[in-house]
Design a protein around this ligand. Structure first.
Ligand SMILES: C[S@@+](CC[C@H](N)C(=O)[O-])C[C@H]1O[C@@H](n2cnc3c(N)ncnc32)[C@H](O)[C@@H]1O
Length: 260
């Protein structure tokens, strides 16, 4: 694990006991609604057999998924043990341990075979993983062709008064409250990392370059959060001149395609 990853892991480990409180406080409790929305979009009437929630932290995204879909088995993965301990306590308390497990692992080296998952989710986590391209390649590897990926990430609202007001809150007020309650500078990092992360259209482009198709996003909270959806490419999604890194998924879109 490189130094950046260790720094991130230590930072989240150090804020684990206050993480949920700060999340709900700093988002005016909207974070719960965003995750519920992401879970609803992720399922959209489907029942995936196996779901991976990456950078799961204290488990709120995985719990939102488990509450909305009885039939799915869910693995929540994170590399910060104190965050995972909180996730496990919440999973047990919710009585969901029979179909939701929290495991320790690195998003850049996932301990799963190719094409293991029907759905992969990441809520407010991808921004912390570097390099992001490697994380996307790894995500595309473990999701089956035709499977879905749903990502929630902060964004900077488009121009205008809301951008200025939000920018003032996000870059000045939020780090101050975060430092006061957590006793760390982790919340100054939050604002910096959002400013450095590709904005939604750029991120959509990145998805298209790393094995995903049908990448789309929609704004939440007037553009302060982006909800991205994409699928892992099937054989039939490849352009004719794309190299033969072919996978067959058995979905209708793949029928009759020959893997070469
Ligand atoms: C901002 S928290 C998001 C937690 C949760 N998904 C949520 O919605 O609140 C980001 C999480 O990503 C985890 N993380 C960052 N880089 C990671 C990596 N390379 N592998 C696994 N987890 C990682 C951190 O430990 C942290 O718990």
């Amino acid at each position: 694990m490189d130094r950046h990853a260790q720094t991130i892991r230590n930072m989240f480990s150090s804020v684990a006991s206050r993480y949920d409180l700060l999340n709900h406080l700093l988002s005016l409790d909207l974070d719960r609604r965003w995750r519920r929305k992401a879970a609803a979009v992720a399922f959209n009437g489907r029942t995936p057999a196996l779901v991976l929630d990456l950078c799961a932290g204290t488990g709120d995204m995985a719990l939102a998924l488990a509450r909305q879909c009885d039939g799915a088995k869910i693995i929540a993965l994170d590399f910060a043990r104190p965050m995972l301990e909180r996730a496990r306590a919440k999973i047990n308390e919710a009585g969901l341990a029979d179909r939701l497990v929290a495991i320790c692992g690195d998003a850049l080296r996932l301990p799963f075979a190719d094409h293991s998952f029907d759905l992969l989710t990441v809520a407010f986590g991808l921004r912390n993983v570097s390099p992001i391209e490697a994380a996307l390649r790894e995500a595309a590897r473990v999701v089956r062709p035709g499977g879905q990926m749903v990502i929630l990430e902060f964004a900077l609202p488009p121009r205008g008064l809301w951008r200025r007001l939000y920018g003032f809150y996000f870059f000045h007020i939020l780090p101050m409250i975060g430092r006061w309650i957590s006793g760390t500078s982790a919340y100054a990092y939050l604002a910096e990392s959002v400013a450095l992360f590709p904005q939604p259209d750029g991120f959509r482009q990145l998805l298209a370059e790393h094995g995903f198709v049908n990448a789309q996003w929609r704004p939440l909270a007037c553009g302060a959060v982006a909800l991205h959806t994409a699928s892992v490419a099937c054989v039939s999604d490849r352009a004719p001149d794309q190299p033969a890194q072919v996978r067959r998924c058995g979905a209708p879109c793949c029928q009759g395609s020959v893997a070469r």
